[in-house]
Ligand binder design. Sequence first.
Ligand code: IPM
Ligand code: MN
Length: 342
Amino acid sequence: MTRIAVLPCDGAGKEVVPEAIKVLRAAGADFEFQEYDVNADQYMRTGEPIPPSTWTELQLADSILFGAVGDPRVNDSAYLAGVLLRLRFELDLYVNLRPARLYDDRLSPLRREDRRAIDLLIVRENTEGLYVGMGGRFKAGTEDEVAIQEDLNTHLGVTRIIDYAFGAARREVVMVDKSNAMTHAGALWQERWKAVAKRHPEVKTRHLYVDAAAMQLVRDPTQFEVIVTGNLFGDILSDLTAELIGGMGIAPSGNVNPETKRGLFEPVHGTAPDIAGKGIVNPIGAILSASMMVRHLGHTEMAGAIEGAVRSAIRDGECTRDLGGALSTSEVGDAVVRRLRD
Ligand code: IPM
Ligand code: MN
């Protein structure tokens, strides 16, 4: 029996994850779902982002279905670091997959119709870079303060993420860095990029600095198939690509380790405190993340069926207001479910 650990967490996450589960069940996913109490209330009560017994179970789960973490009442970085970043780092989920596919032309913010066939994948390094939390503050709070944030890049880490990107591409991989200004880390990325590319002569390669990549993504996103990049640049560019396909509410992601097969699947959006709790948040990002999860677990047909149902609901205007519809969060879940049953 496939065991899915469910972590809805906070805010909008609590509203969208039940919709994703509803859709999975309708799609015929015969999984055991176990929900865990990992959220801001629990953290404020116990001081522990993830209770030790929960951690043990999360390590044993086949996959984790995740909502979003964060709460206006908790302005302490230990909470975020102790939940999402800990899971990414300690389960070694080194590949962050952030696909961007435009499901309907009307969702594109681009004026030109020939720039709308967007179907790209950002392969974001997920366990290193500027996210490792190394560094510190010296003479904090004084006018002499020094703050250092280390950018950690390893031979193994850079090699394996570039390798994964080649495996995911049919046509071309674009490597994105800032090696003109960040020369130490940049040189390692460049070296590993060239070495790995040699092993994949059938795939075309291109390199872009991150500033140029941002520009090209807006100018003509249809030119991209697979983009591989470091942790921070991948974070930033994937918000940009989310906006190209209809906004934060629609973009899915998967954090995976291709060797252990572990995975954590989550919408790219956060807890959305401004609109959470009103029944209006868009569950599509979470539903598409669930379809990425079943694809990762080997249920390719089921994943395709969910994506098809989502596409049809969007095209028929059965969506939340951020996509121009008038449905509630759970009505969108129902609209997708209905299409799976048809
Ligand atoms: C994301 C989020 C996280 C990140 C935050 C919440 C730490 O923005 O998943 O994109 O930066 O990775
Ligand atoms: Mn982000």
